[in-house]
Write a protein that binds this ligand. Structure first.
Ligand code: IMP
Length: 424
């Protein structure tokens, strides 16, 4: 399993892609098209939102699990773009139990954010939260409902009966027409998706029983997790490792390795606390060199130093076995490099994550300073070629996290990584 240990955008796609090479299935288990994975293959850039990264390998079956929320128009568009680029999407399987995102979800996401004013969450405005809210309220429509037009229209009618007055009376927005929405989903989307709709839980277990290798690809990350993140500045699903059990339909005993993808610094898009955030020229440098703009939303990401208080907590909650450290090369020109190792909260030194949200807002980072390497790492292909300071930086992270780093990224390309240590 590959999970993010920060606020997303750690570069999970790159290592998912690398690991997918040896897999039979790659499974998405939560989130939706709020995610954006960028893969660079032979200088060609692929931007994926919903389709699992494994799609680029013809031998891999990419699976969208029941825990994902799907805007079918986005999925169809993404499959179309991949097909145009010569990538075969024929093997993609989509859970019939996954919930659908509708235009009213997106409209509600936009207006709810506007309504919150300066307390807004900074969502991706893709309708993710409203779709998961309907799932929990048991009024959502699932992918399998597309296969039964009568039921689909009935359910949609019930939902619109509630959503339309809300949109019109509370938010002063135009209502959605049942026939238009049903027509788009049943006549345009259904024929394109039907060949891909499957019992993904059965498929997964058949594969596992046959000894196949399965990779679970987390979207977003630990600190955007609905239960374990910096609530309410989180997404509406469970990106943590445990989320894969629910979102794909497997028991925890099937998971034998959990890789925590950790950027060599941290970024965050949207609102919420960020103790080690840098609002100075070093922060600007990280944004520029790290190209820290949203894959889909193009929003400028907030950047800061690596925070090992957060990392240690992520190791625990996700039972991480090892770390994949990404974008080490972005630190090439910085000297010294700082790492947040503890927080000062109300005059007290804290090395573990405060559970009280207000304390995270008040936390003042305590840094250790390490010398920079002031060298270009983008061409480094082996651990032995790393400058001593870069090696020391990585060892420091391992020591702070208490788990080994196995992979280290030194550039966006598929081959720009080194194997740092053996898999535990
Ligand atoms: P939502 O997922 O669109 O509801 O947004 C909730 C929060 O999660 C916002 O702060 C978003 O910026 C953040 N978020 C959602 N998806 C991603 C992602 O893939 N990378 C980074 N942040 C994300």
């Amino acid at each position: 399993m590959v999970v993010g240990t920060q606020w997303g955008d750690e570069g999970k796609g790159k290592f998912t892609d690398l690991l997918a090479r040896d897999m039979d299935m790659v499974v998405r288990y939560q989130g939706g098209h709020n995610a954006g994975h960028t893969l660079v293959v032979d200088e060609e850039v692929f931007k994926l939102q919903l389709v699992p990264s494994g799609v680029l390998y013809p031998h891999v079956t990419p699976v969208i699990g029941n825990g994902v929320v799907i805007d079918p128009t986005v999925l169809i568009d993404e499959m179309g773009r991949l097909t145009e680029a010569g990538v075969d999407c024929g093997k993609l399987r989509v859970s019939g139990n996954a919930h659908l995102i509708f235009p009213y979800h997106q409209a509600l996401d936009v207006v709810a954010e506007r309504h919150l004013g300066r307390n807004k969450l900074g969502t991706t405005k893709r309708g993710i939260g409203p779709a998961y809210a309907d799932k929990a309220a048991r009024v959502g429509l699932r992918v399998q409902d597309l296969l039964d037009p009568k039921i689909f229209r009935e359910k949609l009618g019930v939902v619109l009966h509630e959503k339309n007055p809300m949109l019109a009376k509370v938010y002063n927005r135009l209502p959605f027409d049942l026939d238009t929405v049903a027509g788009q989903y049943l006549e345009e989307c259904r024929p394109r998706l039907e060949p891909h709709i499957a019992d993904t839980v059965g498929l997964l277990h058949d594969g596992l029983e046959a000894g196949q290798n399965v990779l679970f690809e987390g979207a977003q990350a630990m600190y955007l997790d609905l239960d374990h993140g910096t609530y309410p500045f989180v997404t509406s699903s469970n990106p943590v490792a445990g989320g894969a059990c629910v979102g794909a339909g497997i028991g925890p005993r099937h998971i034998d390795r959990v890789i925590g993808v950790t950027k060599a610094y941290i970024s965050r898009v949207g609102s919420g606390p960020f103790p080690s955030e840098l609002t100075d020229e070093v922060g600007d440098h990280l944004v520029d060199v790290g190209r820290e703009y949203g894959t889909n939303t193009k929003r400028r990401r907030r950047c800061g130093w690596l925070d090992t208080v957060m990392l240690r907590h992520a190791v625990r909650v996700n039972s991480l076995s090892d770390l994949a450290i990404t974008k080490l090369d972005v630190l090439d020109a910085l000297d010294p490099i700082r790492v947040c190792v503890a927080y000062e909260v109300d005059g007290e030194r804290r090395t573990s994550m405060p559970y009280h949200q207000s304390e995270i807002h008040r936390a003042v980072p305590i840094y250790e300073e390490l010398p920079g390497w002031c060298a270009d790492l983008s061409g480094v292909g082996d651990r032995s070629e790393l400058p001593r300071q870069a090696e020391d930086y990585l060892c420091f992270i391992e020591e702070q996290a208490g788990v080994p780093a196995t992979l280290v990224g030194v550039g966006p390309g598929r081959d720009q990584f080194i194997t740092f240590g053996p898999v535990p």
